[in-house]
Ligand binder design. Sequence first.
Ligand code: ATP
Ligand code: MG
Length: 379
Amino acid sequence: MTQVEEEDRSAVLEGLPPSAWMRHGVSDPDNSVAILGKKGGVGKSSLTTMLADAAVRFGLNVLGIDGDPQGNLSFAFDNEVSMVPTGKTLLGGKVEEIPDRLTIVEVLDADQEGVVDEGFEIAGWRYNPDAEFTRGGPLVKGKVGTLGIVPAYKALENISRGWGLQDVRRLDKALNQPLEPGGIVPRVRWDITLTDMLPGGADLARAFLLAQRRYLLLTTAEPFGVKAIADTLEFARDVRDNWGSPKLTDLGLIFTSYNPQGVVTRAELGELRQAQASGNKKVDVEIWAPRVSTRTLVPNSQGYRAPVSAFLSDSKNRAAAEELCQIAEAILLEILKKIGHPDAEELEELWRAAWPKLSPWATGEIGDKEIAATTKEAK
Ligand SMILES: Nc1ncnc2c1ncn2[C@@H]1O[C@H](COP(=O)(O)OP(=O)(O)OP(=O)(O)O)[C@@H](O)[C@H]1O
Ligand SMILES: [Mg+2]
């Protein structure tokens, strides 16, 4: 890295407004949250992106950590990693290439306290601070939050090869220890850090989870999705109990692809409720009211990478964007309340006042009756 770039980086850090934790003198908040689900393709990256979007519009400092070699979060934040030739030729005429920005790979490679402070960058999304909240602007006029990202790319896949027992602590050190003795812990600079987990339970997933205080479980309301609940909880509890992360706690469970009228959804939910009611610890997790609806946006140009809130001002996509934004905002508020964020209640009040009408997906009213019915059926 050149001298100029180094100066730019410390300017970014200095320009970062203090988080609510810093303003309130909270030195050890439980504000690192993993979006977790061992099953692939359940919408982890999509929800992480939407939560980050919501957090910025709420005026918060949010750090997105891409924990998946697929780099989906990096792509969504418009911080996709490209490889650039170094001008060096290796044996066989192969040109050496390096990533065009700092990534989670360098953070893990550094294996050093506090190094997340040096490895993030400000994400590519831009917001209009004067736009109405319901059209994609901030909740409080003029107050757009700060979005940081530690991107990932395919090289992350191989990094944990040959790791020893201690190496799974690398992200924990990088995020949860200060760079210098007595300094600020990187995590505390952010109101919330959101880690987009990779599917499965490999060492790499363990390393990402170990660095967190909380995790939100995501799964689909169908047989394999419901089966994944116990698997995922078992994985996380193993990390908590056997890998030395005693504060790692679940926040709850969110269903995606939820169809309240669907026979499969209702049957699966009925069984899950029954297992929970009979005291089965393997599936002991609070099911949250907001659910992620099956909704897609139709971007008007290919490769259009923008937060979902950007579609609030687009008449063709507004209905879908409103629903998805409200779902993510409701989930974020629930997370903020559960982690004891100092502004959680004030934000919720402002949020309720901002929307003329809230989607039943966000309030959790969708499926309420069906849940009551399946619970009765289960009994
Ligand atoms: N609410 C939604 N409605 C419709 N489609 C969705 C929704 N959320 C995600 N999808 C689609 O489902 C697919 C998987 O989503 P996503 O990549 O977010 O899942 P994931 O859990 O991160 O996957 P992986 O396990 O591979 O990391 C994507 O094609 C995405 O566009
Ligand atoms: Mg993903």
